[in-house]
Each structure stands twice: as structure tokens, then as C-alpha cells.
Design a protein around this ligand. Structure first.
Ligand SMILES: Nc1ncnc2c1ncn2[C@@H]1O[C@H](COP(=O)(O)OP(=O)(O)OP(=O)(O)O)[C@@H](O)[C@H]1O
Ligand SMILES: [Mg+2]
Length: 601
């Protein structure tokens, strides 16, 4: 609930901390803009680089890595203008100065700076709250670790969250770890649809979520409004969404009794990294709830498209069958798929009739019931979101190193196990079944036991799984209603879900961190990844033609860009379709680069 006096969290606004997080964000902007070729970087001498933009030079120290990515030393970025050197720390001022020179439209620059500002506020809160060592982080459960991460590692406006006010920020974002209750609505069957797996009912799911007594109270409230189970379904809604979107944009439906506010459930939830998906901390084994929050965060407004909400359950049923019949995935990998067991969508009476209306307006009221990780864990197991492996504790120790120490093995030994747990199932789903899962740091969770990598859990299916457009007999049984909703793309695009989503969006950052903090060189890191891929491929000699369709061993592959989408190709357009990634040149393939040039690093 919004607070009356809106006090700020003072720790986040100390001058010293502010400058420190500012410098880090400025360093990240230089790293990621250079990576995406948004500007050119010249090497002046070993470890010293320079960017020239509009008569101004920016100098910094950095180390260059295999994707031609830089790791910038944030303490010592200097601007030289008209012969005067000025130390630089403000990422907003830097963008205001350089983006016009790079041809970015003024409207885009202004909105980008707004998103950067929110990101920086968030970075300052994260830094001010950081107290845990690497070992302490490694000891947290998956739900708490979701709140210890720092957002998308590659997107510079990683925590833009346009739409959240400051009290919302404190109440609803993962890093603040403020427990929240979920609001429940009754929604008329004239407008709302509910589709679940067989044997699951709306009433049963609500009972599981809120308990019999609360359900009884909800039924009584609904009856007071003239409704019943015959006329209405019940659904969870994020309190922020109710307050900011539903009351005003669905007011007539509230007045007409199509939407009835039932009240809060009793269980407490914490937000996951995606902000809008909530984990139940009162009963961690209960479903997580993926809800709509019409905030613009990283790439898109975080709603749920109706077709997808209503196809989640049949896709889950089919994926569970696939898992059951694929003995490698279920028996050897013991892969966990966090099923999306039911979905709901409420049609907006006007926006839904406007062809070409912004997609955000048609995705405001819906939800998914998703398996929690806790419901799948065996005794002694715990979950570590891959995103947490990009981080170190306050003692500088990376979470991966702390896990290795807990397991009593070296970091390279731990990495070899890690790659064997993470790469084979994701690659197998692609090469064997033609299904690309988006295993980025927020969608994939490593399951460990005593620090040792054991298995992998994947989530986010109906929104993120993509089909290969070639014929895959293994996936022929996919129901047509599901096939027609999933995106279907060529093999050479889907290989990016390994090469970009996993290698560039997760491993790129892990390898830099482990090179700098744990003494694992980049070439050693990628050699272990390469060996893991080769071990997997050797295990399936009959899949040779699939491994050439999804070839992981070419010399180079296209450089996919995310920041460019915001700055150049999509900006802040309020379109009917979600933006698509951009490409710029090629990157060296780290699985072969070190073999070819042993001195590439
Ligand atoms: N390390 C990370 N990698 C990718 N995304 C991250 C990371 N940390 C935070 N995020 C956030 O998580 C979300 C990832 O997008 P994605 O589409 O997978 O999730 P979603 O569909 O909104 O929710 P969910 O994954 O809970 O179903 C974005 O909001 C992004 O900002
Ligand atoms: Mg996700």
C-alpha cells in the first residue's frame, strides 16, 4: 500500500555510495555499448582504451575478453574536453551527452535516461542492503536468492520498471524483499476464461492458494454481489495492478459486477527477479503466481497475452509427457520443468476490439499458476538461480566459488559438473525436440546439494518457448492449439538460445567474474564448456545431423543486440507487437576460439 510520508531509505542516498554505484553503471554502459558496437573503442596501449565522440575523448582501463567484450575498471573513467580532463561517474550525464551524437532521437534519450535513473536508484538500494558474503549467499534458498540478484546483466536499463513510484518500488521489487499479500477477484465468465490441466478446477486452485476458510469468505462476498461459482471464476491480481490499472481501466466492469474485489489472501509472497511473479513464502511448495504488472521493464510491458495464458496448461501437459518419454531428460538429467498448470485471461471490452491497439492494453488482467521450485526439491537440495552465479558476496567471493568450497572441490571441477548439468538438457530439448527454451539467468535455476550441481529447473514456457520450423517427428504430437500460439522460427535463429541466451547472457559474465576473482582463466572456462558439449554429443551419435543443424562449433556467430533495440530500432514505441532483437556483426565462438588462437585472450 502506498505510504503516507514516503520516507526514503537513507542508506541508498549517501554521496559515497551513490558515486560508487554510478561509476559501476557507467562502466556497464561503456561495456555493453561497446559490445553492441554502439560506439567504437580504440586501444591506446595495453589495458587502456578510448572512445571519441563529438570532439570529446573518454578514457578508461579495461580487459578485453573473447566476445570482444570489455571489463571496464569503473574507477578512473576520464573525459577529456577542450584539453581538460574530468573524472566521470554519472551515467545519466554521459548518456545525455553522447546519445545525441550517436543519432538517438531526443524522445528516446529522455525516456532512456528516465529508465537509467530508476536503475540507479535500484542499484543504490541493492548496494546499501548488501551484507552477505559469498558463502552466506550460497546458503540462501532460491526465493531469497531471487532478491539478491541485480537485474538483467546485459540490458543497461536493467531495472527501468517504468510505472512504479518509490513506495511501490520499496513494496514490490525483489531486492527490497518486502512480503506482500495477493489480492483476489471474482471475474465474470462473460469476460474471463480459465483453462487448466485436466483434474484442476478454478475453485480447487483457489482453495489450494487461500485455504477453505478464506475461500468461504470470498464466496460470501461474491454472493453479496449477486455472483456465484456458476457466474464467476476467481483469480489473483497483483495489488499494484489493481491500484494502477484495473480500477481505472475496468471501472465500468466493476460497476456492472463483472469484476468483484474479494480481498487479500493470508499467505505472504516475495517477488522473483521478474518482479511480477510471486513466490509463496508462507508455504513455499504452493504455486507461484505469474501476474500482470503493466510496467515497462527491460524489454516489454509485463502483461500476459490472453492466447498464451489460455494455452499454458495444454503446453505443460504435453511437456510433462515429453519429459516422461525422454529417458535422457527425465532419467539422466532429472530435469525439472516448472509447469504452468492453469491460466486466466480477462478480455477488455473496448481495447480488445481495436485492431492494432498497444499490446500492453490487452494484457492487463490475467494470471498463470506455476509450480514452485520447492514443490520439486528432494531433501537436501536447494535452488540457485543462474543469475546468482554472476554475483559475488561482500567479501568478493563469487557464489560459484562458495558453492565449490561447500562441495569440497576446486572451482574448475565444480564448473565441469555445472556445465554437464546446464548445457545437455537445454541443448537436447533443442536438438532432439526442436524446442528452444530461454534459459537465461532468470528462467533457469541450478539445483545443488551440499554445493554440488545436481540438476536443472526451467521455467517460463508459454511466454518463452519457441518451436523450430523444420519437421521434428519427436514434437509431432504437439496439439495444434498450442502450435498455433507458439512462435515458430528457423534453426539458425534458435541456436541463439544456446549461443546467446546461455553463453552470452549468462556464461559471458560468469567467466569474467571467475577470471577476476577465482583464478579461472577465460580459456579454461570455455574449454570446460566445450568438453561438456562434446561429451553430450558423443552420448548421442545418432543425432549427428541434428548437431549439424544446430552447429555449436562454427568459427563465429551473429552478435545479437538488446540495448540497440531500445536506442535505435524500437525506442519507446507503444506498438501492438513486442519488439524483436537486433543484430550487429559477428562474435567469435568461444567453444573454438581458444583452440584456434591459444593467445586469443
Ligand atoms: N539475470 C537476468 N536475466 C534475465 N532477466 C532478468 C535477470 N534478472 C532480472 N531479470 C528480469 O526478469 C525478466 C525476464 O524476462 P522473462 O520474459 O523471462 O520473464 P517474465 O515472463 O516477465 O516472468 P517469469 O520468468 O517469471 O515468467 C525481466 O523482467 C528482466 O528484467
Ligand atoms: Mg522469465
Amino acid at each position: 500500500m502506498p505510504m503516507r510520508h514516503n520516507p526514503v531509505f537513507a542508506g541508498a542516498f549517501s554521496r559515497e555510495l551513490w558515486q560508487q554505484v554510478s561509476r559501476r553503471l557507467l562502466g556497464k554502459i561503456i561495456e555493453e555499448f561497446a559490445y553492441e558496437r554502439i560506439f567504437d573503442v580504440q586501444k591506446e596501449k595495453p589495458s587502456h582504451y578510448r572512445i571519441d565522440i563529438g570532439g570529446t575523448a573518454y578514457r578508461f582501463k579495461a580487459k578485453r575478453y573473447v566476445f570482444d567484450n570489455l571489463s571496464v575498471d569503473p574507477d578512473g573513467i576520464v573525459m577529456t574536453k577542450e584539453g581538460i580532463d574530468t573524472p566521470l561517474h554519472d551515467p545519466l550525464a554521459f548518456c545525455a551527452e553522447v546519445l545525441p551524437e550517436l543519432g538517438v532521437k531526443p524522445m528516446t534519450i529522455a525516456h532512456f535516461i528516465k529508465e537509467l535513473g530508476n536503475t540507479l536508484v535500484s542499484d543504490a538500494h541493492i548496494a546499501a542492503r548488501a551484507t552477505k558474503t559469498g558463502a552466506e549467499l550460497a546458503g540462501q534458498d532460491d526465493i531469497r536468492l531471487e532478491g539478491e540478484t541485480t537485474g538483467h546483466p546485459w540490458v543497461t536499463v536493467s531495472k527501468g520498471r517504468i510505472g512504479l513510484g518509490y513506495s511501490d518500488y520499496l513494496a514490490y521489487t525483489p531486492e527490497n524483499q518486502t512480503p506482500t499479500e495477493v489480492l483476489w477477484l471474482a471475474v465474470s465468465k462473460d469476460r474471463a476464461s480459465f483453462i487448466a490441466e485436466q483434474d484442476l478446477t478454478n475453485e480447487g486452485l483457489v482453495r489450494d492458494a487461500v485455504g477453505e476458510a478464506r475461500l468461504e469468505a470470498f464466496r460470501a462476498t461474491l454472493a453479496d454481489h449477486g455472483g456465484s461459482a456458476a457466474t464467476h471464476h476467481m483469480m489473483p491480481v497483483h495489488p499494484w495492478q489493481w491500484d494502477h490499472m484495473i480500477v481505472s481501466h475496468f471501472a465500468a466492469d466493476i460497476a456492472a459486477g463483472h469484476i468483484v474485489l474479494l480481498g487479500y489472501g493470508d499467505d505472504q509472497y516475495l517477488p522473483q527477479q521478474s518482479v511480477r511473479t510471486l513466490s509463496n513464502i508462507s508455504h513455499p511448495e504452493k504455486s507461484t503466481l505469474k501476474l500482470c504488472m503493466t510496467i515497462l521493464n527491460t524489454a516489454v510491458y509485463r502483461g500476459i497475452p490472453g492466447k498464451r495464458a489460455l494455452t499454458a496448461a495444454p503446453l505443460t501437459t504435453w511437456l510433462d509427457e515429453l519429459l516422461g518419454r525422454d529417458r535422457f531428460l527425465s532419467g539422466e538429467c532429472r530435469l525439472v520443468l516448472l509447469g504452468e498448470r492453469a491460466g486466466m485471461h480477462y478480455v477488455h471490452p473496448q481495447f480488445s476490439t481495436i485492431d492494432g491497439a498497444p499490446y500492453q492494453l490487452n494484457e492487463m488482467l490475467g494470471c498463470l499458476w506455476r509450480d514452485s521450485l520447492a514443490g520439486h526439491l528432494k531433501p537436501g537440495e536447494s535452488g540457485v538461480p543462474l543469475a546468482a552465479l554472476l554475483h559475488a558476496g561482500t567479501d568478493g567471493k563469487p557464489v560459484a566459488q562458495a558453492l565449490a568450497e561447500k562441495a569440497g572441490i576446486s572451482v574448475p571441477e565444480w564448473l565441469a559438473l555445472f556445465f554437464d548439468i546446464v548445457i545437455p538438457p537445454v541443448f537436447h530439448l533443442l536438438a532432439k525436440h526442436g524446442l528452444a527454451f530461454s534459459a537465461h539467468g532468470q528462467n533457469a535455476t541450478l539445483i545443488v546439494k551440499d554445493g554440488r550441481p545436481e540438476r536443472l529447473a526451467l521455467r517460463d514456457f508459454i511466454d518463452d518457448v519457441i518451436l523450430c520450423d523444420e519437421e521434428f517427428p519427436e514434437s509431432a504430437s504437439l496439439p495444434e492449439e498450442v502450435r498455433s500460439v507458439l512462435l515458430c522460427l528457423p534453426a539458425d535463429f534458435l541456436i541463439h538460445f544456446i549461443q546467446t541466451t546461455l553463453f552470452i547472457c549468462v556464461f559471458r559474465y560468469m567467466s569474467v567474474l571467475l577470471d577476476q576473482r577465482s583464478g579461472v582463466s577465460e580459456s579454461a572456462f570455455w574449454a570446460l564448456a566445450r568438453e561438456s558439449v562434446l561429451r553430450y554429443q558423443k552420448r548421442f551419435p545418432d543425432m549427428a545431423s541434428r548437431f549439424s543443424t544446430f552447429d555449436l562449433f562454427g568459427d563465429e556467430y551473429p552478435r545479437l543486440c538488446l540495448n540497440r533495440v531500445r536506442l535505435f530500432t524500437h525506442g519507446y514505441a507503444d506498438d501492438d507487437e513486442r519488439p524483436v532483437p537486433d543484430f550487429q556483426g559477428m562474435v567469435d565462438n568461444p567453444l573454438v576460439a581458444f583452440e584456434r588462437h591459444s593467445d586469443a585472450a
